[in-house]
Design a protein around this ligand. Sequence first.
Ligand code: GLU
Ligand code: MG
Length: 445
Amino acid sequence: MATVEELEAAGVRILRLVYADLHGKQRGKDVLLERAGHAIAHGKPFVEAVMTIDNSHNIVSGEAEGFRDLLAMPDLKTARINPLDPEVAMVLCDLASVPSHRPSGLDSRGALKRICARYAKLGFTPVVAHELEFYLLERDAQAMGGLRPLAMRDSSVYTVGPLADPTGIVRAMFDACDAFQLEPISMAQEYGHSQYEINLTHGEAIEATDRAFLFKALVKQMADMDGLVATFMGMPADDDESSGYHLHASLLDKAGKNVFDAPRAQDGLSAIAHHFIAGVMEHAPAMAGLLNPTINSYKRIINGGLSPKFANWGHDNRMAMLRICEERGPAARAEVRSGDGAANPYLIAATILAAGLDGIERKLKSPKPVVGNFYAGPAAAMGAQLPTSLGAALDALEADTRLVKLVGPALIETFLSIKRYELGRWEAQQNRLTAWELEEYAEAL
Ligand code: GLU
Ligand code: MG
C-alpha cells in the first residue's frame, strides 16, 4: 500500500511510524493519518538519544550534542495494516539527520541499504531469508528472573499441532504473520521446551529484513497480550537448546540468476560464492559483536548444542558456522548460523552481507570445508575460534577496521559504547554476593 488515499480507503486512522534502534527494538510514534501530511513529507522528529539507549533505559551518550533531533522519514511503500488493530498501518522509516536531511549514520536499515547499494554497483542483488527461533516463557515468581518456559512437556520437540502448541498461541502468531504480509512459510516446535521456529520466505535483502524486524515485534506483542513473554535471547534456559538467528543469503545477477550456483563446478558453487564464504570466514570473530550482541549470547556459543564455536563452513553441515545448503540452482545459498535471536535484523543482514562483499571485492580464497563431526578431528582443521565473551567480541569488532568501515563507523562507535556500558553494568554485578557463595561457604566455614 503506497498512498494516503489507499490507506484511508482501507479504514486506517493511525500511521504507526516505526524504526529500529541499534538493538533492533521497535521504536516509533503514532500519527493520525488525517494530520500525517507533514510527517510524511518532512519526517517526524524524535530525540537522537533513542539510538543510544541500552536495554534498561540508560541513555549512554548524547549529552555532548545536547540531545538533538533525528528524523524518522516514513517509507510509505512499506505501509501494511496491523493485524492486531486494523485501524493502524505500520510504516517503516529511514532515519535522517537534522538539519541536513542526509541519511543518519545511526540507522541500521540505512546500513543495510548502503551495503545493498555496493552490491548493486557490482551488478548483484542480495537475497536473504531470516530464520528465527524463540522461547515462550510464563511468569513464575519462584523461578530465576521471574520467568520459566511455558507448558513444560517432554518429547514434543519437532512436533506440530496442539501437542506442541497447547494454547494455540503459536498458530495465532503464524496466522497474524500471514495477515501482516510477513510471508511466513513454516512453523514447528524446536528442540527446546516451549521453543518455536517460524520461517519467513526469502526476498530482496531490505524488504525481507523489514519483514523480520516486524516479525520479532509482532511475536513479542502477541505473547505479551496473553500474559506471556516471547524471547529471542540466545540462551534463556540452562540445560536446554539455544535460540539461533540463522540468515540465508545468496546473490542474483541482473538477469535474476543466482550467482552462487555453478552447475559445472565440482561442488556446484561459483568463484563468487567461494569469495563470499571467505569474507564471512575472515570477519567471523568481528561479526560476533553484532550477531551475538549480549552477555547471554556467549552462553549459547559455549553451551548450545548446534551453535557454532569456530569460524568454518561445510556442505549441509549444521555443526559448521556457515552451512552451504544442499540445494543448487535458484536456491543455492549460504546459511550463516552463528547469530542468535538477540541480534538486530538489519545489522545481522548488513554485517553478513558486508563480510561477504569484502570477500568478493578482495577475491579472498575460501578455506577447505569441514566435514562431518569435525570436533572429533584435529583442532587445526576447525577454523578460528569464535569469541566466547561479549567483551572479546566487541574488541574483535573494533579491531576489524574493514568491517567497521563497511557497516558504518558512526553506527559501530555508538553500538560499542552502548554495549560496553552494558558490559560494565554486568561486570559490576559480578562483585556482588551470590547465592552460590553463601551455599558454598556460610555453613562450611
Ligand atoms: N538452536 C540452534 C542454534 O542455537 C539451531 C538449531 C537448528 O539448526 O535449527 O543455533
Ligand atoms: Mg532451527
